[in-house]
Write a protein that binds this ligand. Structure first.
Ligand code: NAP
Length: 243
């Protein structure tokens, strides 16, 4: 049995990753923090596709909840093979209007939450001397979009963290990579004002937003043995936005 844990898997990119990894044969843990019905619906899809797994409520900004979640998963299945650090938020605010609350919430979830889960998962992966950690970054980690200073800073941190963890954990047989999507059609992007949608679409050479399934394809590849010699990489998939 191989087990994958996807944080923030009740909707959007995490949902697509959980469904895809379950199709790839992983027993999949669908983590969520509030949306229990949506998480249950994801597990139903996994099961109707012939897969298996469980839903698990944990706020990944809460270290105790993260530790308990990984302990419980380990108790239930005895292994953790893949972690997709995905749960994240965006706060688009120009610097002069930026609130402390937005700053704190972005760093708590997009940075500290990733550290908490990576540490808890790696502690379990050490034992088997194998594992894969995939961090959901963003093209905003390297590409500047006005109004995204905080979000960009958190995703830049994810990129740095990915490279350093890859170096630290390689000797333990753990690969660490990141995916850096451009605009992907999820609720996060649905929340953009229509004029921003038009403005952003005009700047994408492929003239469309990506889909969560397209991100899940890349995650599936990174989790697989097809990239067994690849670690510390940040794969950008943005329809050409950052070119
Ligand atoms: P989304 O549709 O807003 O979904 C966010 C997910 O995170 C939900 O399942 C939510 O579940 C969960 N979540 C939120 N706070 C949580 C917490 N404290 N603990 C555990 N889970 C929590 O977001 P998305 O668009 O799929 O984005 C997912 C990731 O991709 C993020 O890291 C984002 O930065 C990155 N990304 C997105 C895009 C894009 O265009 N959409 C582009 C580049 C990168 P609950 O409702 O249960 O809390």
């Amino acid at each position: 049995m191989k087990v994958a844990v996807v944080t923030g898997a009740s909707r959007g990119i995490g949902r697509a990753c959980a469904i895809r990894l379950a199709k790839d044969g992983y027993t999949t843990v669908v983590n969520y923090s509030r949306s229990i019905e949506q998480a249950e619906a994801v597990l139903d899809i996994i099961k109707s596709n012939g897969g298996d797994g469980m839903i698990y409520r944990a706020d990944v900004t809460n270290l105790d909840e993260v530790k308990t979640m990984f302990r419980d998963i380990d108790k239930a299945y005895g292994t953790i093979d893949v972690l997709v650090n995905n749960a994240g938020i965006v706060k688009d605010e120009y610097l002069l209007a930026l609130s402390k609350d937005s700053l704190d919430k972005c760093f708590e979830l997009n940075v500290k939450g990733y550290f908490y889960c990576a540490q808890a998962a790696a502690l379990k992966m050490f034992r088997k001397k194998s594992g894969v950690i995939i961090n959901m970054s963003s093209v905003s980690g390297t590409f500047a979009l006005a109004g995204q200073s905080v979000y960009s800073a958190t995703k830049g941190a994810v990129n740095s963290f990915t490279r350093v963890l890859a170096k630290e954990l390689a000797v333990k047989g753990i690969r660490v990579n990141a995916v850096a999507p451009g605009f992907i059609a999820t609720e996060m992007v649905d929340a953009l004002p229509p004029e921003k949608v038009t403005e952003y679409l005009a700047t994408i050479p492929m003239k469309r937003f990506g889909t969560a399934d397209e991100v899940a394809n890349v995650v599936s590849f990174l989790a697989s043995d097809a990239c067994s010699y690849m670690t510390g990489q940040i794969l950008t998939m943005d329809g050409g936005l950052s070119l």
